[in-house]
Every structure is written in C-alpha cells, then in structure tokens.
Design a binder for this molecule. Structure first.
Ligand code: GLV
Ligand code: GLV
Length: 322
C-alpha cells in the first residue's frame, strides 16, 4: 500500500464531504470560501493525484504540467467541461469527470424562469416597483409577450433541452429543436418536438433557448447575422455558456429592436457582464445560477466526490467524459 493520494479541492462546496474524502485521500489544504486564484491553484497542485474543481478553474496544459505525472483525475463540479483542456488530459491519460443528470431539472427550471421573466418583463417591473414607481394599475404598463401556445426553439436537445421541452408541453407550446443529430423518431414523438435546421429554427421560433455545450462549433453560434434572422417579437434565453452568444451583437439586437428580450444566466467573460447588456432594460440577467438549489448542489458534490474517489481507487467513475 502506498500513501494516500493527494487531492486538491479548489473551493468549499455543498455536498463535498471532507471527512469522507479524508478516509481515502489527503487534502492538500482546507478548500477556500472564495475562488482560488490561478497562482494559488498552480502552487497547490504539484504532486496531486486528483483535482476537484469548479467551472471557474481553468484546467489547462500548464496546470496539468504543474501537477505532474501523479495527476489521475480532474473531477469538475459542473456538467460543462469547457474549462478543461480535454485533448491535453487525454494525452496525459488524465480522466475528466462531470456532474450531468443531477442538475438537469434545476437548470431546466431556470431556463423556463428566464423565458417567463424576459417575456413578461418581470425584472423591469419589479425594479420599477422597488423604485417607488408603482402608482396604480396601468393598462399600458409592462406589456410583454405571451408564452402559452407560442413556438419554442430548443438549441441542443440533450438532457437539459429535453427537460425544457417537457415543461413547454404544459404551456401548450409548439416545440422545434436543433441538434447535431436529429433524435430518434420515438423520442421526438414523446417530446412532441420537430427537428429544424438552425436558421429555420431561428426564423420560426418565438422563444429560442440555448442548451448546447460550449465547443469550437458552438462558440459564437448566435452572432449578429443569426440575431437578425429572429422574429422581432422573439425572446432569447441562454443557460449554456456565455461564449455561445456574441454579447455585443445581442446588446445591439436589444437596443435596435431586432428581438424583444433576452434572459441570460451565463456570460462571455464571467464574472464580467457586457456594459451594454447591464444597461439594457430588455435583458433579464442572472449570475450563473442554473444549478443553484441546495438539493442539486449537494447531489453534484456527492457525484463529483464519487467520480474522484472511483478513479483514485482504480474503478470506473459514474460520469467520465473521456
Ligand atoms: C453549470 O454551468 C454547469 O456546467 O454545471
Ligand atoms: C446536460 O447534461 C445536457 O445533456 O444537456
């Protein structure tokens, strides 16, 4: 028996039990309450066998190099793994794991919240009330767009996209979707969803919800030209990754009236938000809270731990992406 493997946990996280971790591994240091800076992370990883990290930690080639050949597993406390250089991990034989499934329903709930909030101007209306501008019922105040019975276009019909489709059925929505590959016909039937090419989906939809992972193919997917194809009455919702949308173009689309509104949970340069979006009353802006329920975060933590400990003990992790 060798000594217990060294593990770095980059942040104090719900569901990640340090006591349970300590039974199998040695924690490099107490995980901090605030994001670990790049330098601190680089200084902590040498000799680590496992890193349990968040989507805010960039796990790239220099980081893997700093960790050295001891590194066996990077367990991401997120479903998206765009913060990790997967090709480099593969070259070095490092397993990369994530937390799908457990956050699907919470994220779909949030996508639907953004559809409702953006189309009915909820943030703007509440801001007005809190600022003392509720002066009585107003027949002209905060006129929004209906959700019930409208056409929803889901871009990325994976688990989260499908969970959004299930919710949309209750709102009597017609459901279109775009995906790399069309779903099997039986699955389309269950979800009551019709396949469309991306541009056709943009032209026909009243709501466009982005649920794609960030990849070279989806980076900058929704640009100026795509935004111009959308209906002037349309609402764009993004719960995937900010880089899927050109934020400058979206700010222009909102101010020029190319689309009606946008609901965003993710941004190109988090935690920075494009100043023109911050100034746009037609944008509902949330601070990346898609999976933010305690129940979900605890399940993410347990899964991230299981993934990490499985690889360290030489068994197959429940959720490996490579
Ligand atoms: C959140 O954005 C996640 O990928 O889990
Ligand atoms: C996430 O798990 C997705 O497939 O959308």
């Amino acid at each position: 028996m060798g000594s217990a493997p060294k593990v770095v946990v980059t942040r104090r996280l719900p569901g990640v039990s340090l006591a349970r971790l300590a039974e199998k591994a040695v924690l490099a240091a107490e995980p901090p309450e605030v994001p670990m800076g790049r330098e601190e992370l680089l200084s902590r990883v040498p000799g680590a066998a496992g890193i349990l990290c968040t989507l805010a930690d960039r796990i790239d080639s220099p980081l893997m190099e700093a960790a050295g050949p001891s590194l066996k597993v990077v367990s991401n406390y997120a479903v998206g793994v765009n913060n990790i250089d997967l090709a480099e991990a593969a070259r070095r034989g490092i397993r990369v794991c994530n937390t799908p499934d457990v956050l699907t329903q919470a994220t779909a709930d949030l996508a639907f919240s953004l559809m409702l909030a953006a189309s009915r101007k909820l943030s703007d209306a509440e801001r007005a009330l809190r600022a003392g501008r509720f002066t009585g019922w107003d027949p002209w105040g905060f006129l929004g767009m209906p959700v019930y019975g409208k056409t929803l276009g889901i871009v990325g019909m994976g688990k989260i996209g499908s969970a959004v489709a299930v919710r949309a059925a209750g709102f009597g929505m017609r459901i279109l979707y775009h995906n790399r590959r069309a779903l099997p016909a039986e699955r389309e039937k269950v979800l009551r969803a019709e396949y469309r090419g991306f541009d056709a989906l943009l032209t026909e939809s009243d709501f466009v919800v982005l649920c794609v992972p960030l990849t070279p193919e989806t980076r900058g997917l929704v640009d100026r030209e795509r935004l111009r194809r959308m209906k002037r009455s349309a609402v764009l919702v993004n719960v995937s990754r900010g880089e899927v949308v050109d934020e400058g173009a979206l700010a222009a689309a909102l101010s020029q009236g190319w689309i009606f509104a946008a609901g965003l949970d993710v941004y190109e340069r988090e935690p920075l938000v494009h100043p023109d979006l911050l100034a746009a009353p037609k944008a509902v802006l949330l601070p990346h809270i898609g999976s933010a329920t305690l129940e979900t975060r605890e399940r993410m933590g347990r899964l991230a731990m299981e993934n990490l400990l499985a690889v360290l003990s030489g068994t197959e992790p429940p959720c490996a992406v490579n």
